[in-house]
Write a protein that binds this ligand. Sequence first.
Ligand code: FAD
Ligand code: DLZ
Length: 509
Amino acid sequence: MASTNLVVVLGDQLSMSLSSLKDVERADTVVLMAEVAAEASYVKHHKKKIAFLFSAMRHHAQALEADGWRVDYIEYGASGNSGTLCSEIARAAKRWNVDRVFMTEPGEWRLKQEFEALKPDLACPLEMLPDDRFLCSHAEFWQWSKGRKQLRMEYFYRDMRRKTGLLMDGDQPEGGQWNYDQENRKPAADDLFMPNPPQFEPDSITKEVLALCEKEFADHVGELFPFWLGTTREQAEQAADYFFEQALPFYGDYQDAMLVGQPFLYHSVLSPYINCGLLDPLQLCRRAEEAYKKGRAPLNAVEGFIRQIIGWREFIRGIYWLKMPEYIELNALDAQRDLPAFYWTADTQMLCLKEAIGQTLQHAYAHHIQRLMLTGNFAMLVGVAPKQIHEWYLAVYADAYEWVELPNTLGMSQFADGGIFASKPYAASGNYVAKMSNYCDSCTYNVKKKTGPDACPMNALYWHFLSRNEKHLAKNPRIAQIYSTWNRMSDAKRKEYIDSADAFLQTLT
Ligand code: FAD
Ligand code: DLZ
């Protein structure tokens, strides 16, 4: 070999056309992939998430080899596995006596710092390349954000529509509107046909990984079996096919709906595959656009899906890299409560939370409204410390990586960043849950009652949250109206709410 390159491929970089692989020759290159204890345990990730990622990594290594790459794959139990990515890179650089180390930059600030710190310890240069699987580079987002008083996804999204040409009619949005969200708030009827994402039978690689996870991560959250996630690119494509055929047409209408026993509804359940690199987000958007053009899905569904990906997903990543490392420390509402124990067990009488957490423990999945308006809303109402709820979300979902999870949690769901990109807290009482779901119909608590031990706790907690945060929130024009309702109530009524919420909070462990 003339000069030897080591290309490091991380667990969420399972794309064949990664930037780090573009400018090197197969003959001069060793690809390093490593399953390491530090990444599996820096939060105690859901067992299914680790099994999914390790199996997807092993399958990806095979796909790279089939494509002519030489892969040095370090399994979790391999002798000499030092347990961290940095020390595995250092070991491999020595083992292969390489001249240069390349990698596509990691998705998390923490890792980027670790790799920067590794550079002086290596005998050769380490170069991090931009992750071009995203539409918007860090520099572009910084440029977009510069000088803006408010960072709002909607305006960023319009730029991404113009940039990609997705759903554009010349320089105008298809159908005359940029956003059809108003049409996307139908509650689902109990008897609606619900597609279920395809379930994949574990192959021998996955079975081996499942045995490993059962042994090594027994004390981690969540249920390993039944294991149904796809772990190859082909299976991820099958899951996408299924979504486009069965669910996309109704995706818009029922995007905010929730139903007992229905964890997936019309959501795509593609985020685990997108975030680890098995599916290409822009290609998915192009397929959705094609479905609209061929009359197979309505505009509100297709626009909604495309907005989540080129709008929210890109915007959230932009916020993460713009605001880290300070962002993770923010606690604008000074919330200090410990995360309630039932977040780890689903052992609660509140049916909405029992369902959302129960399916999370089972599938490592909950859809957006469950994350935002159930587990997120409740944590904010009771005042959970942002770092604790952040670490919970990062651990429990198969799609969770800090770059996407942190701003969604701290900013969107907890308002812990004081409104860097959300114009108001997503706070809601039981009323919202009753409107968008059928959870309340069979709940122990009565959503129509406002206070007292059998009233839905979220009703009094909602006012407790607003009352105790008045100094932070009362000036926000988007909730001024709610504060005037609160201030028009009699002292006795307000006291009843506060006492009822306090009584509930005292029972919360
Ligand atoms: P769909 O509803 O089918 O949406 C299609 C795709 O759009 C998703 O696959 C995803 O790639 C993208 N998307 C949708 N909403 C968002 C969003 N707000 N931010 C970024 N991408 C989005 N998403 C993650 O990918 N990882 C996380 O760790 C994560 N943590 C979250 C934490 C909280 C508190 C909240 C409120 C949201 C979080 N989200 C996260 C966003 C969203 O809930 C998930 O992307 C979505 O539920 C994934 O399921 P799906 O693939 O069925 O999504
Ligand atoms: C999430 C994760 C896990 C559980 N394990 C590994 C691993 O063993 N090896 C690896 O390269 N990556 C893993 N990852 C993903 C990394 O944590 C990921 O690259 C960062 O979260 C950056 O987004």
